[in-house]
Design a binder for this molecule. Structure first.
Ligand code: ATP
Length: 273
């Protein structure tokens, strides 16, 4: 039996239960890959796939997302938007806002966001460790745009060696939180945030995102593979979700493509694949 019971989850979702159609699996390649196949076969918006184990969990640019049944919550949500994908530039940032709100509503402390797709936890040494990752994958057709929103959240700190520090929800003061409660809280905030995003775009969530951005108004560097780091002051994100960087040669807009954001002076590089 999978660790998530959709019937129990529905009870936790209350009046939102009708908005989501949750399928829980013991194992799959990646919840986003499975959801994309189901979307291609006509699955409705609000379909959610949650899996205990992923054999090929994905991050950005073909990187791997590591999870283990007991210590992780990995799931993907299908959502549809009217209009073109160009409107969805800030979607992964908006999802970050939903995650932070949900974790705080559960009582988590020290949660922050990092452009463009990470949820971080403040650590005792003044740094940050990765608590969750978001991967948004878009497809469009005549009717509009489909987003597969993949979320990997560490309930416990990963035991694997990772390139950058990682943390679990247990370190955010939520050691005893039950996984159905966590998933229900996230889906609840996601529904509200995605509705707001569909109506008003990222603009409506931008101030909240910037308040939570861990390097807002701080010196940062933007790393591209094989490129000289671009240094500047982080001014946040624009209405399209692009990073605003005040550099020596003026204001630059950075789209999430192939870059990684780090604090100035950090020796941490780009993640290996
Ligand atoms: P960057 O830090 O360069 O912006 P990213 O945060 O966008 O990268 P993703 O591609 O979203 O990185 O996530 C994949 C990376 O996250 C992997 O390369 C790995 O280092 C790290 N990672 C994988 N699994 C976990 C996990 N369970 N917890 C924390 N970090 C993980």
């Amino acid at each position: 039996m999978p660790l998530i019971d959709p019937v129990l989850l529905k009870a936790r979702l209350g009046e939102l239960a009708g908005r989501f159609d949750v399928d829980a699996l013991e194992s799959c390649d990646s919840t986003s890959s499975e959801l994309m196949r189901r979307a291609d076969a006509g699955a409705p918006a609000g379909t959610v796939i949650v899996a205990d184990h992923q054999t090929a969990g994905r991050g950005r640019r073909g990187r791997h997302w590591l999870s283990s049944p007991k210590r992780s919550l990995t799931f993907s949500v299908l959502w549809r938007f009217a209009g073109s994908p160009a409107r969805l530039g800030g979607l992964s940032l908006a999802v970050g806002v939903a995650l932070a709100r949900a974790l705080e509503a559960l009582g988590a402390r020290g949660v922050g966001l990092k452009w463009p797709n990470d949820v971080l936890l403040a650590t005792a040494d003044g740094g940050y460790a990765k608590l969750a990752g978001v991967l948004v994958e878009l497809a469009s057709d005549r009717r509009g745009c489909q987003a597969v929103i993949g979320i990997g959240l560490n309930l416990g700190q990963p035991v694997e060696e990772l390139a950058l520090p990682a943390a679990g929800l247990d370190q955010a003061g939520l050691a005893a939180v039950e996984r159905h409660a966590v998933l229900a809280a996230i889906l609840r905030e996601l529904a509200a945030v995605l509705e707001c995003f569909a109506e008003a775009g990222f603009t409506a969530l931008r101030a909240d995102w910037q308040n939570r951005h861990v390097w807002q108004q701080r010196p940062v560097q933007v790393l591209g593979e094989g490129e000289v780091p671009l240094a500047g002051l982080c001014l946040g994100a624009d209405a399209d979700g692009a990073l605003l960087l005040q550099t020596a040669v003026g204001l630059q807009r950075i789209y999430s493509g192939d870059v990684s954001l780090r604090p100035a002076g950090s020796s941490l590089g780009v993640h290996p694949a």
